[in-house]
Design a protein around this ligand. Structure first.
Ligand SMILES: Cc1ncc(C[n+]2csc(CCOP(=O)(O)OP(=O)(O)O)c2C)c(N)n1
Length: 571
């Protein structure tokens, strides 16, 4: 015999059974019963009050990305629910497991344009992996269980549960369902067929110029060891996507760096010259391929992905394997012939030597360059921090200049490119990350999108260090204006508040850095302080991110940083 519980109590009971430790949310009329019931569970589950529902969703997402567990966000109906939309779409594009719980107006009022009514399941249908509008209290517990199952299995993603207020108030005898979840039509295959393994091995062993493309899926399937084994055994260079950063240590000699739009020149050239691409848990996003028609024209292609709809979506492949990447690599690796591929590596080394982008680190410039600031953060943290970056030039510079040795140490909105992601996501991540520092690297435009979450950071004493790269511009858009719109900087110069005073007003220490030599002493002070600290780096306003593949160009047609030795550099 189960106990009689309200719908609201059932929600918390289920969350606790699912192992949820922290929920990020913002209350309202349609979630009053949920928040009232929380009083009974506060010793078992923590609720973090963000300042905006977008912040709650990004925080849950940051927690999910840092921990590999499902992140949970909560919002009231109508505007609360729609404020979550950007965060949900962000999670969807980056396959981040979330369960979002929204209150809905009472069942009888649905469809009548009631106060604060929005058809949130309708709104989020295309940006969730699945969503539920709860129709009766009987289905509540089972739906929550299913939501967690769907969010975390297969290709992870966000699931939304919309719960009408009357159902939160109703009561029922509660027993937590225990029978295994069986959803017809939702059975991702565990491993590859023998034929697929044989075909893959033939292609890999016969290739002279293979390249492994490693994406986020490597980490999501926990295939880091298997990836390394494949690379080392076959002497195959590995290039990573933005979200794949960390799946193989940046210092590993077989990791030749990030591919794509602002990737390094050598991997992009290698992809274009390759005779085989082995795509592992990545999705041939347009930011990594450049012009699809001329993408890697000489190669055969193998694509391994847990999501069947990714295979042949953007790039037609010779062999698609729809299964768990780790399992497939465990099947393939024993059959890989040991080779040294010296000729191929010779070419790659030449391309790497020809790359001059990193010269900027040594440049004697009157103004601090963002790349130098980011490299200094790397040095000051021993490359050991969890870095949460926002979107723009600083994001690409972070990918280029902060090297990562471990998985899940760069959290960033890759797919949707959501400005405003980093501060709340870092707050979320800080609830899981205890053994590392959490650093936010954010632009002056991006921080202002969700700057209200500074209050959440202070209220929770979140141990995060916020490094603002203040270049006075929406830098990445300005870069495009400079290159492709004859430097007409329309609406990209952006005013900022006095960040040091702002930090102080919120109740956290704030610093401003304008010179290289000030970085380390101030970093040490920030690191010594437990809790949020804000550091504004005043950086070069007209810096560019190189290399850059212009939109629609071939992957190897990169714009490179001009070579004059910076003294009279045109930037
Ligand atoms: C929500 C949102 N709005 C607009 C954009 C388009 N966008 C991409 S980068 C960028 C500029 C970012 O500026 P800032 O945060 O200052 O970083 P910087 O590029 O200067 O490093 C903009 C406006 C976006 N990605 N997300």
């Amino acid at each position: 015999m189960g106990e009689i519980k309200t719908g609201a109590e059932i929600v918390w009971e289920c969350l606790i059974r699912e192992g949820v430790k922290v929920v990020f949310g913002y209350p309202g009329g349609a979630t009053l019963p949920l928040y009232d019931a929380l009083t009974k569970y506060q010793d078992k589950i923590k609720h973090v009050l963000t300042r905006h529902e977008q912040g709650a969703t990004h925080a849950a997402d940051g927690y999910a990305r840092a921990s590999g567990k499902v992140g949970v966000a909560m919002a009231t109906s109508g505007p609360g629910a729609t404020n979550m939309v950007t965060g949900i779409a962000t999670a969807m594009m980056d396959s981040s497991p979330l369960v979002c719980i929204t209150g809905q107006v009472g069942t009888a009022a649905i469809g009548g344009d009631a106060f604060q009514e929005t058809d949130v399941t309708g709104v989020t249908l295309p940006i969730t992996k699945h969503n539920y509008l709860i129709g009766s209290i009987e289905e509540l517990a089972e739906s929550i269980r299913e939501a967690f199952f769907i969010a975390r299995t297969g290709r992870p993603g966000p699931v939304l549960i919309d719960i009408p207020k009357d159902i939160q108030n109703q009561t029922i005898e509660f027993e937590y369902p225990t029978e295994p979840i069986d959803l017809p039509g939702y059975h991702p295959p565990a491993k590859a067929s023998d034929e697929a393994v044989a075909a893959a091995l033939e292609m890999i062993n016969n290739a002279e110029r293979p390249v492994i493309l490693a994406g986020h899926g490597v980490m999501m399937s926990g295939a880091m060891k298997e990836l390394r084994e494949l690379a080392e055994k076959g002497s195959i260079p590995v290039t990573v996507t933005l979200l794949g950063i960390g799946c193989m240590p940046d210092s590993h000699p077989f990791n030749i760096g990030m591919m794509g739009h602002h990737g390094e020149a050598a991997p992009n050239q290698a992809i274009q010259e390759a005779d085989l691409l082995i795509a592992c848990g990545m999705r041939f996003d347009d930011r990594v391929t450049g012009n699809l028609k001329t993408y890697s024209p000489k190669s055969k292609k193998i694509h391994i992905d847990i999501d069947a709809s990714e295979i042949n979506k953007n790039i037609r492949v010779d062999l698609g394997i729809h299964a768990d990447l780790g399992a497939v690599l465990r099947q393939i690796n024993p059959g890989v012939t040991a080779r040294n591929r010296a000729e191929w590596w010779g070419k790659i080394k030449d391309w790497q030597e020809d790359s001059n982008e990193r010269d900027i680190l040594q440049a004697q410039t009157p103004v601090l360059m963002a790349a130098q600031a980011i490299r200094a953060i790397w040095e000051g943290t021993g490359g050991q921090a969890v870095v949460v970056s926002d979107v723009g030039q600083h994001q690409m510079l972070t990918a280029q200049y902060y090297d990562h040795e471990e998985p899940y140490t760069l959290l960033t909105s890759g797919g949707l490119g959501t400005m405003g992601f980093s501060l709340p996501a870092a707050i979320g991540a800080s609830f899981h990350v205890k053994d590392k520092e959490v650093w936010v690297i954010v632009g002056d435009g991006s921080i202002q999108m969700t700057i209200t979450e500074l209050a959440t950071a202070v209220q929770e004493n979140a141990n995060i260090k916020i490094a603002i790269m203040n270049n006075g511009y929406l830098g990445m858009v300005r870069q495009w204006q400079q290159l492709f719109y004859e430097a007409r900087y329309t609406e990209t110069p952006i005013f900022s508040p006095d960040y040091v005073k702002l930090a102080e007003a919120y109740g956290m220490p704030g610093y401003r850095i304008e010179k290289k030599e000030d970085i380390m002493p101030i970093m040490r002070q920030a690191q010594a302080h437990h809790g949020p600290v804000l550091i504004e780096f005043v950086v070069e306003q007209h810096d560019m991110v190189y290399p850059m593949v212009p939109a629609g160009a071939d992957l190897h047609q990169m714009l490179r940083r001009p070579h004059p030795r910076f003294e009279n550099m045109e930037i």
